[in-house]
Each structure stands twice: as structure tokens, then as C-alpha cells.
Design a protein around this ligand. Structure first.
Ligand code: NAD
Length: 361
């Protein structure tokens, strides 16, 4: 296909960097990364592509309309893939203010600047322009033992994070219907894989298991999530921005439902196999059940039949193959996570303030 200019926000983060690496590795497109480099942004995740002439990086805040406008004017994107967000539920419990700013106000700024840019385009360029908003299945709330989230499931967000993402989804919908902005949105399940910041369940468990530290499991570990391998997700996102129908939303899932305790058991067994350590012993003995997250949603599960039927995408990895690749990546890439573990973030517990009645603003 003809090469496009793609502006990707939040591409120094976990999913955005997978999208960026895939764009350079597997497409003829060129890329502008627009990222504030918060604690979650890491240029080391873009190092494999940073010397490519089709790659450019701008450090900027999506809440800063002037900076966003300049990026549009200089780069003249054909497509915008908007991933920049505050993304961690536990952090949203401790400090929801940042989530409202970045996820709601920031998405508003992105929509306004995309609209201004699109209105300045003519003919085929205007027809080809797309704004792709990347969101989460957490906007749908929690499921009981059965059922699946579909695209038409009513919104019922439960955490400050999911409420801010739900609000941003509604803004996107309104900009399509009110102003005709050619936008699509996707809602995906829990991602895992290489370059994942080690505060999330899977990388935290892998690294604590490697170091013989306790493996914290919230509550009884019975919460169920659908797990999507990040490389599969990146492929789905590029499929959606290319082929998605304006105004539509698409659910993206891994078709891999697992209880948290089963995820942790699987990691323990893989670590015992790939990195046995007599001093540490069987990793399952390191599991430590800790106080549950306030308002922890019981189960998320996603029906991704629409994207398969309409756009021809389905995940390639099973949980077993994806998890094996992930464990091996962390064992092989100590330099990437070593700095994070030793400095800025040491794997401490987040998201408990509300239970002490001390929720920050
Ligand atoms: P992440 O936290 O790893 O990365 C977020 C990136 O956004 C970082 O590089 C950060 O520096 C950047 N950023 C934050 N605030 C910014 C701002 N104001 N201006 C510019 N850049 C800013 O997030 P992720 O896990 O890669 O998630 C990406 C997107 O996918 C988010 O929109 C998230 O809501 C959504 N999502 C993630 C998951 C998941 O499992 N990780 C699941 C569903 C949806």
C-alpha cells in the first residue's frame, strides 16, 4: 500500500512502542512519535528503530494545544493513532487528577487539533485522513461468571482510570457525529509482552520471581482477565486504522481468559524451567496474597468477532506461546528493565490510599 505519515501519541509507552516498531519494521509508512515521556515513557523501547530515516520523535504534552498543533503542521499526518494516556488503574486510585487531565483534556485537545488539520485538507487527502483512538475494555465495567463485552455493551466504568477512558471514548464519538471527523476507536483487553513497565502483574511477577521476592496476588487471585499479546494488538491496531469504518468501534481481545492466580502459577512454572535457582526454590512458594484493590472488577472478557469478521484480524498467540516469549524477553533484556527497577520504580505497592480514606486528588 502507499506509504502514510502516521502521528502516534504515547509511542514511548508499552503498546505505542510496539506499534512504532511494527510500523518501521513491517510497513513503508513514516512515523512521528509525540510523547511527554512520563514515568511510563521510555526511549529505550524505541531504540531498535530510532536510527531509521522514517522515524521522528517530539517530546510534548497532548494537553498543550500549541505543541500538538505544531506537530500537525510540521508533520502533516495522514493518520493519527492516539495512545497517550495515564494507564495504570492503581495509580488512578492514588491520584485521579492526572488521569482527568491527560485522558480527557488531552483527548479533547487531540480531537480539536485533528479537526483543524483535517478541515485544511482537500480531496483525496481529506478522504484518507483517520483519527484512531485507542481505549480499553474496562469502560464496560465488570462481568459476572459468564458473558462477554461486545461493541454495543453499555458503558459502566468503575475506576477513575476507566471513567476517564470512557469519557474520552464519548468525546471521540461526539466529534464524529457533530463535526464529521473521520475517526474510529478500538477497545482492547489486558496486554502483556516485551517492554511492559514492571508495575503490571505479568512483568512484576517475572522480575520478582527472578529475584526471589514475594509475588503479590490481589485478594484470592480470582479476578479474571482476557490477555492479549502486545504484538498481536499492534497488528490489530494497524489493521483497524487502515481498514476500519469511520464512526465504528472494534473490540480487540486475545481469546485467552485466565484467573490472576493461574497467570501467576504459569509464570512460576516457566521461571522454574527457564531460570532455575536452588537458593530460591519453587517459585509458587513465593506467592503472597495481599489486600485486594478497592473496587476490583471481577471479570473482563471480550467478544472480538466483529474485527475478525469485518477486518480479518485474529490473535496469533495463545497465552502459553505469548507468555513463554515474554518470560524469555525479560530474561534476555536485563538492560531495559534494570534501570527502572533500580531507580525510578522499585516494585512498590500502589493504589491502596483510598482504603485508608486518603485518596489524593
Ligand atoms: P503506557 O502507560 O505504557 O504508556 C503511555 C505513554 O503515554 C507513555 O509513553 C507516556 O509518556 C505517554 N503520555 C502520558 N501522558 C502524556 C501526555 N500528557 N502527553 C503525551 N504523552 C503522554 O500505556 P500503554 O499500556 O501502552 O497503553 C496505551 C494505550 O492503550 C492507553 O490509551 C491505554 O488506555 C490503552 N490500553 C492499554 C491496555 C494495557 O493492557 N496496557 C489495555 C487497554 C487499553
Amino acid at each position: 500500500m502507499a506509504s502514510k505519515r502516521i502521528l502516534v501519541t504515547g509511542a514511548a509507552g508499552f503498546i505505542g512502542s510496539a506499534v512504532a516498531r511494527r510500523i518501521i519494521r513491517e510497513t513503508p509508512h513514516s512515523l512521528l512519535v509525540f510523547d511527554k515521556l512520563t514515568y511510563a515513557g521510555n526511549l529505550a523501547s524505541l531504540a531498535p528503530i530510532s536510527n531509521d530515516p522514517r522515524y521522528r520523535f517530539v517530546q510534548g504534552d497532548i494537553c498543550d494545544a500549541n505543541a500538538v498543533r505544531e506537530a500537525f503542521e510540521v508533520f502533516q499526518p495522514d493518520w493519527v493513532m492516539h495512545l497517550a494516556a495515564e494507564s495504570h488503574v492503581d495509580r488512578s486510585i492514588d491520584g485521579p487528577g492526572e488521569f482527568i487531565q491527560t485522558n480527557l483534556v488531552g483527548t479533547f485537545v487531540m480531537l480539536q487539533e485533528a479537526l483543524r488539520h483535517w478541515r485544511g485538507l482537500k480531496g483525496a487527502e481529506a478522504d484518507a485522513f483517520r483519527f484512531h483512538h485507542i481505549s480499553t475494555d474496562e469502560v464496560f465495567g465488570a462481568l459476572g461468571e459468564t458473558g462477554l463485552f461486545r461493541e454495543d455493551t453499555p458503558y459502566a466504568p468503575n475506576s477513575p482510570y476507566s471513567a476517564s477512558k470512557a469519557g474520552s471514548d464519548h468525546l471521540v464519538r461526539a466529534w464524529v457525529h457533530t463535526y464529521g471527523l473521520p475517526a474510529i476507536a478500538t477497545n482492547c483487553s489486558n496486554n502483556y509482552g516485551p517492554y511492559h513497565f514492571p508495575e503490571k502483574l505479568i512483568p512484576l511477577t517475572i522480575l520478582n520471581a527472578l529475584e526471589g521476592k514475594p509475588l503479590p496476588v490481589y485478594g484470592k487471585g480470582e479476578n479474571v482477565r482476557d490477555w492479549l499479546y502486545v504484538e498481536d494488538h499492534a497488528e490489530a491496531l494497524l489493521t483497524a486504522v487502515e481498514k476500519g469504518k469511520i464512526g465504528e468501534t472494534y473490540n480487540i481481545g486475545g481469546i485467552n481468559e485466565r484467573r490472576n492466580i493461574d497467570v501467576v502459577h504459569a509464570i512460576c512454572d516457566l521461571m522454574d524451567e527457564a531460570a532455575p535457582d536452588a537458593k530460591i526454590g519453587p517459585r509458587r512458594d513465593l506467592i503472597a496474597f495481599v489486600q485486594d484493590r478497592p473496587g476490583h472488577d471481577l471479570r473482563y472478557a471480550i467478544d472480538c468477532a466483529k474485527i475478525e469478521r469485518d477486518l480479518g484480524w485474529r490473535p496469533r498467540e495463545t497465552f502459553e506461546t505469548g507468555l513463554r516469549k515474554t518470560v524469555q524477553w525479560y530474561l534476555d533484556n536485563r538492560a531495559w528493565w534494570g534501570d527502572i527497577r533500580s531507580g525510578r520504580y522499585r516494585g512498590e505497592r500502589l493504589g491502596t490510599l483510598v482504603s485508608d480514606g486518603k485518596a489524593a486528588s
